[in-house]
Structures are given as C-alpha cells and as structure tokens.
Design a protein around this ligand. Structure first.
Ligand code: HEC
Ligand code: HEC
Ligand code: HEC
Ligand code: HEC
Ligand code: HEC
Ligand code: HEC
Ligand code: HEC
Ligand code: HEC
Ligand code: HEC
Ligand code: HEC
Length: 316
C-alpha cells in the first residue's frame, strides 16, 4: 500500500515539474524574452548562448534600433572585432585562436588597444579627459571597472561601484569605516559624486575644478559669500576635513582645540590647548581655565563664516 502511494506521488511530482518547465517562457528564468538577434550576433551565439554572455542583449549596447550602438549591423564584432580565425575549428592539438579583441587581464592586447575599441564611440563622453588621466596612465582598461555583459553595470550602482574601487584602493575602504564618514557604503552616495574617474581638470580627479566647488555641490549652505569669511574655509575644506572618513567627529583632521591652534594662539584669549598639564591646580601658561572640557567651536560656532553683523569672531 505505502509503495503504491509513493509511486503515485512520484508521478504527480514529475508531471508538476514538466508542467512548470512548459509554462516558464525560457529555462533560464529571465523576466523578459530576449530581443531578436541580428545576423551578425547569431554567428557568435551559436557557441556563446549562456547567461553570462547573453545578458548584454538587455543593455544599451544591444539596442538594435539605436544606430549608435552598432549592434544591428556588427553584432558582437562591434567590440570584439570580426574574429574570423576564432570562429574556425582549431587545428588538431592546438588551441582556438582568440577573438580579435579580448577584454580584461586575459587579453592579448594592452589596455590602450582594448580601450580603443570603446573609445571609438565614447570619445565625447568618457573619453573627454581619459587620455593622460591617472587611470589611463596606470594602465587601467575600461573593463577594469565596467561590465559590458552585465544587465546593470556595477558603475551605475553606488555599492557595487565602491566595491570595485576598493579592489585597488583598499586604504579608502578603511577610511570609510571610521566612526565619522561620508555614507559611501550604502545607497546614499557614490565615489563618482566627487570623483570624475575618467579624468578631470581638477585635483585628485574631482568632478569640479577645485575641491571646494565639489563640496559645495551638496553643502551649498557653506558656499558663501559670507559677510565675515574665514580664510582657510575659502582656501580648502581639506585644511580641516578628511574627505572619506575620520576618527574625529565631523570628518575633522584634528580634534579641537588643536585643530584651531595649528594657526591660532591668541595671547589675551582663553586658547591654550586642553592637556594633562592644564588640569585644575596647575597654572595655565595663558592664565585661563576656560578651555577646560571645552572647545573653540563651543563659542566660535560659525567657523565656516558668518553673516551676522557682529559675527567677526564667528561666535554668531
Ligand atoms: C565554434 C564555436 C565558437 C564561435 C562561433 C565563437 N566562439 Fe568565442 N569562444 C569559443 C570557445 C570554445 C571559447 C573558449 C576558448 C578558450 O578558452 O580558449 C571562446 C571564447 C571567447 C571569448 C573569451 C576569450 C578569452 O580569452 O577569454 C570571447 C570574448 C569570445 N569567444 C567571443 C566570440 C565572438 C565575439 C564570436 C563571434 C564573432 C565568437 N566568440 C564566436 C567558441 C566559439
Ligand atoms: C558602436 C559604438 C559603441 C561601442 C564600440 C561601445 N559603446 Fe558603450 N555605448 C554606446 C551607446 C550607443 C550607448 C547608449 C547611449 C549612451 O548611454 O550614450 C552606450 C552606453 C555605454 C555605457 C552606459 C551604460 C548605461 O547603463 O547607461 C557604458 C558604461 C559604456 N557604454 C561603456 C562601454 C565600454 C566599456 C565599451 C568597450 C568595451 C563600449 N561602451 C563600447 C555605444 C558604444
Ligand atoms: C576607474 C573606473 C572606471 C574606468 C577605468 C572607466 N570608467 Fe567609465 N565610468 C565609471 C564610473 C564610476 C561611471 C559612472 C559615472 C556616473 O554614474 O556618474 C562611469 C560611466 C561611464 C559611462 C556613462 C556615461 C558617462 O560618462 O557618465 C560611459 C559611456 C563610460 N563610463 C565609458 C568608459 C570607457 C569607454 C572607459 C575606458 C576608456 C571607461 N569608462 C573607463 C568608472 C570607470
Ligand atoms: C560593448 C562592447 C561589447 C559587445 C557589443 C560585446 N562584448 Fe563581449 N565582452 C566585452 C567586454 C568589455 C568583456 C569583458 C567582460 C565584461 O565586461 O563583462 C567581454 C567579454 C566577453 C566574453 C568572455 C566572458 C567571460 O566570462 O570572460 C565572451 C565569451 C564575450 N564577451 C562574447 C560576446 C558575444 C557573443 C557578444 C555578442 C552577443 C559580445 N561579446 C558583445 C564587450 C563587448
Ligand atoms: C565627498 C567627496 C568624496 C567622495 C564621495 C570620495 N572621495 Fe576620494 N577623495 C576626495 C578628495 C577631496 C580627495 C583628495 C584628498 C587629498 O588631497 O588629501 C580624494 C582622494 C582620493 C584618492 C587619492 C588619495 C587617497 O586617499 O588614496 C583615492 C584613491 C580616492 N579618493 C578614492 C575614492 C573612492 C574609492 C571613493 C568611493 C569609495 C571616494 N574616493 C569617494 C573626495 C571624495
Ligand atoms: C584596477 C585598479 C583600479 C581600480 C579598479 C580603480 N583605481 Fe583609482 N587608481 C588606481 C591606481 C593604480 C592609481 C594611481 C596610484 C594611486 O593614487 O593610488 C589610482 C588613482 C586614483 C585616484 C587619485 C588621483 C590623483 O590624482 O591623486 C583617485 C581619486 C581614484 N583612483 C579613484 C578611483 C575610483 C573612484 C575608482 C572606482 C570607480 C577607482 N579609482 C578604481 C587603480 C585603480
Ligand atoms: C554628493 C553629495 C556630497 C558631496 C559632494 C560632499 N558631501 Fe559631505 N556629506 C554628504 C552627506 C550625504 C553627508 C551625511 C549627512 C548625514 O549623515 O546626515 C555629508 C556629511 C559631511 C560632513 C559631516 C560628517 C559628520 O560626521 O557629521 C562633513 C564635515 C562633510 N560632509 C564635508 C564634506 C567635504 C569637505 C566635501 C568635499 C570634499 C563634501 N562633504 C562633499 C554629501 C556630500
Ligand atoms: C578651519 C577649519 C575648517 C574648515 C577649513 C572647514 N571646516 Fe567644516 N567644520 C569645521 C568644524 C570645527 C566643524 C564641526 C563644527 C561643530 O562641531 O560644531 C565642521 C563641520 C562641518 C560640517 C558638518 C556640520 C555642519 O556645519 O553642517 C560640514 C558639512 C562641513 N564642516 C563642511 C565643510 C566644507 C564643505 C568646507 C569647505 C567649504 C569646510 N567644512 C571647511 C571646521 C572647518
Ligand atoms: C590654516 C590656518 C587656520 C586654521 C586651522 C583655523 N584658522 Fe581661524 N583664521 C585663520 C586666518 C588666516 C584668519 C584671518 C586672520 C585675520 O584676518 O587676521 C582666521 C580668523 C579667525 C577668527 C577671526 C579672528 C579675527 O581676527 O577676526 C576666528 C575667531 C577664528 N579664525 C577661529 C578659528 C577656529 C575656532 C578654528 C578651529 C575650528 C580656526 N580658526 C582654525 C586661519 C586659520
Ligand atoms: C569661552 C568662549 C571662547 C572659547 C572657548 C574660545 N574663544 Fe576665541 N573668542 C571668544 C570671544 C567672545 C572672542 C571675541 C569675539 C568677537 O570679537 O566677536 C574671541 C576672539 C577670538 C579671536 C579673535 C582675536 C582677535 O585678535 O580679535 C580668535 C582668533 C579666537 N578667539 C580664537 C580662538 C581659538 C583658536 C579658540 C580655541 C583654542 C578659542 N578662540 C576659544 C570666545 C571664546
């Protein structure tokens, strides 16, 4: 009796699986049917129709009615070259000839030659400042960061983008894990909000001509001009701040009052640094204890500049 039920169950199960396979539009579980393949791509897809490769069919590069994509006419050859030798059956005992253009570390070509394949179309956007930029100079290829065969290019996703950068810039990852940091490890911000990684006219691949202009993109309230300006703020935010992360609050390079005392040692004024030697009972060199447990910004709260008529001392 038990045996019989097991048999029936098995039959029902097999039927269900078969039905499911029948109803699914394709066995790979894609959400949408792939668009019709141009003849120029069919040649390659005979051998390369696997999910890792054919995801490209759902990207901007395979939009067949966009003449700029080149895909309708040239198919895979748009980037990989015609690759005739590669499509031939290799001689017995020898390996298949590689395609004309292979990307990444497995490539027979240097980075410049790989990049030429992309820059043919992307000279006006990504290619604008690429030549001679740090990343070009260091021999990066476009494929060091981009994934042409991915439905969502990692560079378009803040988290995936940062992970790619950390692969080479491990130190920056460390900085973003400090207590005070720009929110770079969640969806809120991307490295490319501040860095133009294809090259820029500013320092450190800034998206703007200067560091300050880049910061002002988001911290517009600090752009000024102020009635009372604080010269170091005008000059460079990085005099006091670290861009990625810091162990001090507010991304500061130094804790107050030392931060300020790198430049200010007002003689008449309660500005002697708080230190072990400044505890009650000891005589402070400046003769004032009002810095105890205190910080310059407790009183000088408007360090970035003030618009108050009597804000010359940045106290209001
Ligand atoms: C007859 C089958 C066949 C055809 C047609 C074919 N390929 Fe390949 N391709 C292969 C095989 C097999 C490999 C793996 C070769 C190896 O590992 O040496 C491969 C590897 C590749 C690679 C990876 C190379 C590397 O070194 O990592 C690329 C890129 C590629 N093919 C692109 C193309 C393109 C573009 C076309 C059409 C122009 C194409 N292939 C047509 C069989 C084919
Ligand atoms: C035949 C022209 C052509 C070639 C070659 C080409 N692209 Fe594109 N690319 C396009 C077009 C067209 C688009 C879609 C329109 C746009 O965003 O400018 C695009 C879009 C992109 C995008 C934006 C994708 C997105 O999700 O918005 C990236 C990144 C890109 N290409 C990188 C590359 C890389 C890397 C290469 C070389 C491996 C390359 N392209 C080769 C034409 C080309
Ligand atoms: C160091 C990593 C890196 C390298 C190398 C790189 N890119 Fe990009 N690329 C990015 C990032 C990050 C973005 C996203 C910018 C954004 O979303 O604002 C991007 C965006 C793009 C876009 C979309 C349009 C645009 O300009 O915003 C294209 C096209 C593109 N890259 C092409 C290329 C080409 C071609 C190369 C090789 C010459 C290349 N990239 C090399 C990181 C890189
Ligand atoms: C926009 C340029 C572009 C087009 C068009 C393109 N590829 Fe690629 N291909 C690349 C790049 C760049 C890589 C390196 C890996 C990546 O970026 O995803 C690559 C990698 C590959 C690989 C190696 C995959 C691996 O896992 O190492 C194969 C195989 C391949 N392409 C086949 C094709 C086939 C087949 C087509 C046509 C359907 C095609 N490619 C169209 C740019 C392109
Ligand atoms: C808020 C703007 C901002 C963001 C977001 C940002 N950076 Fe930076 N980054 C800067 C500034 C400003 C400098 C220049 C630092 C200097 O000169 O001391 C810099 C410098 C660098 C440098 C060179 C010096 C060093 O510290 O090694 C690298 C590499 C770098 N950034 C990578 C990244 C990566 C990777 C990300 C994303 C995880 C990122 N940055 C996000 C502003 C930013
Ligand atoms: C394949 C490795 C690699 C990847 C991936 C990479 N970089 Fe770089 N990057 C380098 C090298 C090498 C240098 C030059 C040495 C240095 O400053 O560390 C550099 C330099 C920089 C600089 C310093 C520029 C200057 O003028 O001081 C910045 C900023 C930067 N990269 C940001 C990024 C960002 C943002 C990403 C991710 C979108 C990224 N990098 C991805 C290798 C890489
Ligand atoms: C793309 C937008 C953007 C840019 C550009 C930008 N920031 Fe920020 N900044 C943010 C965000 C978002 C926060 C986090 C605010 C929060 O957590 O509420 C932040 C926070 C800060 C903080 C406070 C951190 C804390 O722990 O309280 C400082 C200081 C700061 N940024 C300085 C800078 C400097 C200096 C630059 C230029 C190098 C800069 N920012 C560029 C978006 C930006
Ligand atoms: C003279 C040193 C100094 C310079 C230069 C400086 N800051 Fe600050 N910044 C501070 C101090 C100190 C704090 C902490 C204030 C507090 O704790 O009340 C701070 C806090 C901040 C904060 C978080 C709190 C707030 O006020 O919104 C942001 C954002 C910020 N700075 C951005 C910038 C930007 C952008 C620049 C360049 C335009 C800049 N800072 C230049 C000293 C400086
Ligand atoms: C890189 C040097 C530097 C740093 C760091 C710095 N300042 Fe200044 N500060 C200046 C300069 C330069 C002036 C303009 C002095 C002048 O006009 O005589 C100034 C002016 C001032 C003034 C107005 C003084 C006056 O004579 O009107 C105050 C108050 C002040 N700073 C407070 C601070 C505080 C608080 C900090 C720490 C958060 C700080 N500063 C950090 C360079 C600096
Ligand atoms: C207990 C409050 C308080 C603290 C703490 C404090 N200050 Fe002041 N400071 C003042 C006042 C009040 C003035 C006069 C402001 C005015 O004229 O608007 C002043 C004036 C100044 C001036 C201008 C002096 C001049 O020549 O006109 C400087 C520079 C200054 N402070 C720097 C600092 C520094 C640096 C620290 C931290 C080491 C600090 N202050 C801590 C209250 C304070």
């Amino acid at each position: 009796m038990g045996k019989c039920w097991t048999g029936v169950l098995a039959i029902v199960l097999v039927a269900c699986v078969a039905l499911a396979a029948f109803w699914a539009p394709d066995g790979l579980g894609r959400e949408e049917a792939p668009p019709a393949l141009p003849a120029a791509a069919q040649d390659c897809m005979v051998c390369h129709d696997d999910p890792g490769v054919n995801a490209i069919l759902r990207t901007a590069h395979a939009v067949t009615d966009d003449p700029h994509s080149g895909f309708a006419e040239h198919g895979c050859a748009t980037c990989h070259g015609p690759s005739h030798a590669h499509q031939q059956r290799p001689e017995r005992g020898s390996r298949r000839a590689p395609p004309d253009v292979v990307f990444g570390i497995a490539s027979q070509l240097d980075a410049d030659a790989q990049n030429a394949s992309c820059l043919g179309c992307h000279r006006a956007d990504a290619g604008l400042h690429w030549q001679g930029s740090v990343h070009d100079h260091e021999g990066l290829s476009c494929a060091s960061c981009h994934r042409a065969h991915s439905v969502r290019d990692p560079m378009r996703d803040p988290v995936a983008q940062a992970q790619t950068c950390y692969g080479c810039h491990a130190g920056v990852r460390g900085e973003t894990l400090r207590p005070s940091h720009h929110p770079l490890n969640d969806e809120r911000m991307a490295c490319s909000d501040c860095h133009a990684v294809h090259g820029s006219t500013g320092p450190a691949l800034m998206t703007r001509g200067t560091v300050n202009e880049t910061c002002h993109d988001c911290h517009a309230d600090l752009r000024g001009p102020f009635l009372w300006e604080h010269p170091p703020v005008r000059e460079d935010c990085l005099i006091c701040h670290q861009p990625h992360g810091s162990v001090q609050a507010s991304l500061l390079r130094q804790r107050g009052p030392w931060l300020c005392q790198q430049c200010h040692l007002a003689q008449f004024h309660p500005s002697t640094a708080l230190s072990g030697s400044g505890l009650p009972g000891e005589t402070l060199p400046s003769g004032s204890g009002s810095m105890l447990g205190s910080n310059c910004v407790n009183c000088h709260s408007q360090v970035h500049g003030s618009n108050h008529p009597s804000g010359a001392g940045f106290t209001r």
